[in-house]
Design a protein around this ligand. Structure first.
Ligand SMILES: Cc1cc2nc3c(=O)[nH]c(=O)nc-3n(C[C@H](O)[C@H](O)[C@H](O)COP(=O)(O)OP(=O)(O)OC[C@H]3O[C@@H](n4cnc5c(N)ncnc54)[C@H](O)[C@@H]3O)c2cc1C
Length: 418
């Protein structure tokens, strides 16, 4: 059986980062990162449309859902955005900020980010073993201070183990949820629900929005009824597709819809296609447009194709003068434009999800070290934990922060014992 001091299970964003900081913190230790994927970093390479949105200008616990905010804050504070920027700069990756606050490599190539992580891992002395799937992690009966990590290529002993196996999003990348079973076998629990998040939503066959595939509008979306007090309104681009709805606002609201739908299967999405208007202010504006047709009165507010379809749905003739439209039809149109109830039928599932909502509760680790409170010597970081960020680089910042804490703490514990 070969020996390692620290084994990191999973070499995605969190695993590589944890391994780098573990190796730096304990330079004489043997740090081995094991990943089941044939080629590493699949998710980093597809992130941000191939440009990798590494982090965001401003990150706080309010940008995340799942575990409680104070616990998330404790982790984020230990490795903040400035440190992420400095790390990548030290490894030759300058980041640029876009108007949305998202930070990307100046090369606009995710490959730059992955190469920097792999080269930092190599220069820190991390050994990467892949493709190699970890089947189980067990505590030998006669040794309460080590682990046996069983892999498809044979067992390894380790003094410390960091689980960074991700969630279940994009399973073909290697993140198939097997990390949950590894952690559960060592005493951890799971949230009652583990569901796709940052995921496109589907509409029933024949729904009129599906016929507008390709159209993007700025809108405000909200789950009705709210899933919880933490349910947020999302605002931004909404993209109509052949299956339903996508775009940043939909991805952000998706996890809230999933939780609301679980609690009440009649949950819908309320969309304001004109977020600058309330039903009252739109109605006032229409009534003020004396002599104009509805089409003319709405010009510039909505794309023509969308407006015509909205009129068809509410039985309004767009060429009809606003004053001639019966009040009930005008009210129906205003409602459809500003408080449109959209009957979501489901999500596109984990294969199309950017992240996972649910996982191992954060209160089962000590946030100062990311060490398990159920199994000493075991650390957890990244998406395997019950923390999911909104769109904009927040998922990666969670990976960097939690992995930094796990890696440095594992190294410190090792050197303290030596
Ligand atoms: C299409 C897409 C685009 C995204 N874009 C962005 C973005 O621009 N910005 C952002 O912040 N976030 C983005 N995300 C989310 C982000 O990629 C993830 O949150 C992040 O990669 C999670 O990192 P992780 O290391 O925890 O998990 P993962 O990246 O999932 O890595 C886990 C690793 O563990 C390995 N593994 C799992 N089980 C085992 C096992 N039993 N044995 C051995 N190895 C195992 C897997 O092969 C995998 O390599 C995107 C996600 C997707 C799917």
């Amino acid at each position: 059986m070969s020996n390692a001091d620290i084994v990191v299970v999973g070499a995605g964003a969190a695993g590589l980062f944890a391994a780098i900081h573990a190796a730096r913190g304990a330079p004489h230790a043997r740090v081995v990162a094991i990943d089941s994927a044939k080629s590493l970093g699949a998710k980093i390479l597809v992130a941000g449309g191939g440009r990798c949105n590494v982090t965001h200008r401003e990150v706080s616990e309010g940008d995340y859902c799942g575990s409680s905010s104070p616990l998330i804050r404790r982790v984020l504070r230990q490795y903040c955005v400035a440190e992420t920027i400095a790390f990548f700069a030290q490894h030759g990756v300058a980041l640029k900020e876009e108007s949305t606050g998202k930070l990307f490599p100046t090369t606009d190539k995710a490959r730059t980010v992955l190469d920097a992580l792999l080269s930092a891992a190599a220069s820190s002395g991390v050994t990467i073993q892949n493709p190699c799937r970890v089947e189980s992690i067990v505590r030998p009966k006669d040794d309460a201070h080590s682990f046996e990590v069983c892999t498809a290529s044979g067992p390894l002993t380790a003094k410390r183990v960091i689980v960074a196996t991700g969630g279940m999003s994009l399973p073909k990348s290697g993140s198939d949820g097997s990390g949950y079973a590894l952690a559960k076998a060592l005493g951890h629990s799971m949230t009652p629900m583990v569901v796709p998040a940052l995921v496109p939503l589907t509409l029933p066959d024949g729904h009129w929005l599906r016929t507008l595939s390709g159209l993007a509008l700025d809108a405000r979306v909200q789950v009705v009824p709210p899933a919880s007090q933490r349910t947020k309104v999302a605002e931004g681009p909404v993209l109509c597709t052949h299956f339903g709805l996508s775009g940043p606002a939909i991805l952000d609201i998706s996890r809230h819809w999933v939780f609301a739908h679980e609690a009440d299967s009649s949950s819908t999405l309320r969309v304001n296609w004109l977020p600058r208007f309330t039903p009252e202010s739109l109605d006032e504006q229409l009534l003020a447009s004396r002599g104009q047709s509805l089409l003319a009165a709405m010009r510039g507010l909505l794309p023509d194709r969308f407006l015509r379809e909205l009129c068809a749905q509410t039985g309004v003739d767009p060429s009809c003068g606003v004053q001639q439209i019966p009040r009930t039809a005008r009210v129906a149109f205003v409602r459809a434009a500003t408080t449109c109830e959209v009957p979501i039928s489901g999500t596109r599932g984990f294969t199309a999800a950017e992240t996972t909502a649910g996982g191992i509760p954060l209160h089962e680790v000590d946030q100062a070290t990311m060490e398990s409170l159920r199994c000493s010597g075991l650390h957890l970081c990244g998406e395997v934990l019950d923390v999911d960020g909104r769109i904009g680089g927040f998922s990666f910042q969670w990976a960097w922060s939690s992995a930094f804490v796990a890696g440095t703490a594992a190294a410190a514990a090792l050197t303290a014992r030596a």
